[in-house]
Design a binder for this molecule. Structure first.
Ligand SMILES: Cc1cc2nc3c(=O)[nH]c(=O)nc-3n(C[C@H](O)[C@H](O)[C@H](O)COP(=O)(O)OP(=O)(O)OC[C@H]3O[C@@H](n4cnc5c(N)ncnc54)[C@H](O)[C@@H]3O)c2cc1C
Length: 514
């Protein structure tokens, strides 16, 4: 049995029949109360119907092809998330996944589900890391994986219109042929879909260059929970309220995205990067300052990782870091139309840093192959951790000056109960990926990690969510980082687009706000 050092007062409280066991810990000295409870105990299946053969027949009619409805063994990949984890509650239920090819099919499915009180969870490429795209109980999975048509690309405006199920990498390659690039890139590019990217308002490795994805979205088409189609693909007049933005970052709780229009950006000719070995936190933050000063708007990525992250990539995937061992590594990427100019700027950053800290080990890419090699370790951390046991993932916002502090705190508090504790992420945005692994899932360990995490975030001014979203994993932590007024507003927006939630407490689309 695991015994944790007691730092806070914990109690088991009963909050009525809906949430029978809520463990809460309260620090009188702090301003915020975080409620924590086991998601497996607290999640209650709403009073929606169970799917029957008649429903299935109806879906076959809508989908027009048997292979577009998956059940039994075929559905397993749609019920488990990217890690292969299931929500515990799903085990005793039967599942189906529907794979429509058109907006009309999505609308007909939603209309039927609305009438029959059947719950639905939208799913894109299923690479989400917060349990948002898979069923919690027996929700019908509505997958956009067959909605992958590119409808139009206008090389003059750079606007791409496509179905929501297009895979990001395919879109990158497609617009690349016209000299354009997508304003987003991330490690899961080969599987994630543009609809999933918009639904999570994904950040990614080039966030420092492009900013939020929502900025580039010129239109969307969505299907509401009752099957009504809202076509907002054509750019709206500037004076109109831009309410399509409500559906971006909503994680599929308000509607299903079926089409998107995105403004792509012109591709620079050359990208170059430098990897630097750093000894201290202070050196890491200096890298950021100097890179920003020297590169200005030509910076395309500033990523960092610690030695534990690099080690796990080496031990689990056999990938070697180009540098010898260091406590931290920084990776800076720049772009322009002239490779020599890139190299000059990266060398200048190195000399500024060496003036301050003495000699630093570094590797600069001189061509595309070397650039990919420098990125390789950083891009494989998530994959390597998956092979290191059960992964507890926390995608959080932290003050840049304290970027790696929480990783040290975790090592001190729970180091002996875990296999790997590592930190990496998008330094320029203060977005830290704190990842902890243990041989197998341990509920007590998770509770302990969440307690330390929430306490630290309250004390140091951070947020429980950065780019991956809230999903199911973090819904119970939202009370700590959002005001009650904000939560009330989110609930009423949800009730507006998904009225059965308020009227009959039926979740036509998965609801995350608790
Ligand atoms: C190796 C790896 C690296 C990653 N790197 C990053 C990163 O750098 N930055 C980042 O932000 N994320 C990252 N992620 C997380 C993930 O890839 C992103 O969140 C991605 O945007 C999810 O897209 P998806 O198509 O896989 O969506 P899914 O996982 O299928 O779904 C994600 C959420 O969106 C909803 N959804 C999906 N499609 C639709 C739709 N058409 N309409 C309505 N709702 C929908 C789902 O219900 C769910 O709540 C990474 C994941 C992996 C595995």
């Amino acid at each position: 049995m695991t015994h944790w050092p007691t730092r806070s007062f914990s109690c088991i409280a009963s909050f009525g029949p809906k949430l029978p066991f809520i463990a809460c810990s309260f620090h009188p000295s702090k301003t915020k109360l975080y409620l924590r409870y086991s998601t497996t105990i607290a999640a209650i299946r709403g009073p929606y119907n169970y799917i029957n053969q008649q429903d299935k027949n109806n879906f076959y009619d809508i989908l027009k092809h048997k292979s577009r409805l998956l059940d039994d063994q075929d559905v397993s990949n749609y019920v488990a998330d990217w890690h292969g984890y299931y929500h515990n509650n799903t085990r005793n239920f039967t599942h189906i996944a529907l794979r429509p090819t058109t907006t009309q099919m999505v609308a007909a499915i939603m209309k039927h589900c609305y009438k029959r009180n059947l719950a639905v969870v939208p799913q894109g490429g299923n690479t989400g890391l917060v349990g948002g795209g898979t069923p919690v109980f027996d929700e019908i999975v509505l997958s956009t994986s067959l909605m992958d048509d590119i409808i139009n690309f206008d090389p003059q405006s750079g606007i791409l219109i496509c179905q929501a199920g297009c895979i990001l990498k395919n879109l990158q390659d497609y617009v690349g042929n016209y000299g354009f690039t997508m304003p987003i890139d991330l490690g899961a590019r080969g599987s994630c879909q543009i609809g999933g990217n918009l639904s999570t308002n994904a950040g990614g490795i080039h966030f420092v260059r492009y900013g939020p994805l929502r900025r580039y979205v010129t239109g969307v088409e969505v299907v509401l929970s009752n099957g009504v189609v809202l076509d907002m693909i054509t750019p709206q007049p500037m004076q109109d309220s831009d309410f399509k933005q409500l559906f971006i970052g909503a994680e599929g709780t308000l509607a299903i995205l079926t089409k998107v229009a995105i403004k792509c950006v012109e591709t620079a000719k050359c990208y170059s990067a430098i990897m630097l070995g750093c000894k201290t936190h202070h050196q890491v933050t200096s890298v950021l300052m100097d890179a920003r000063n020297v590169l200005g708007h030509t910076v395309s990525a500033i990523e960092v990782m610690d030695s534990a992250a690099v080690s796990v990539v080496n031990s689990k995937l056999g990938l070697k870091c180009p540098l010898s061992p260091h406590p931290f590594y920084a990776l800076i990427e720049t772009f322009s139309n002239d490779e020599d100019q890139n190299i000059d700027k990266l060398s200048h950053i190195l000399s500024l840093l060496e003036n301050k800290f003495g000699s630093m080990e570094s590797a600069v890419s001189l061509n595309q192959t070397q650039l990919s090699q420098l990125w390789s370790v950083r891009e494989h951390i998530t994959e390597a951790l998956k092979r290191d046991g059960h992964v507890y993932k926390f995608d959080i916002s932290v003050p840049i000056a304290k970027y790696f502090d929480l990783v040290d705190v975790m090592r001190h508090e729970i180091g002996s109960y875990s296999s790997t504790i590592c930190g990496f992420g998008h330094l320029a945005d203060g977005n830290l990926h704190l990842n902890i692994t243990s041989k197998q899932y341990d509920k007590l360990l998770l509770n302990r990690i969440e307690t330390i995490l929430c306490d630290w975030l309250v004390q140091n001014g951070g947020s429980i969510s950065a780019e991956h979203g809230i999903g199911f994993h973090k819904a119970h932590l939202m009370h700590g980082s959002k005001s009650s007024n904000s939560l009330a507003m989110m609930r009423s927006i949800k009730a507006h687009f998904d009225p059965k939630v308020s009227k009959a407490n039926v979740r036509a689309l998965k609801q995350f706000i608790t």
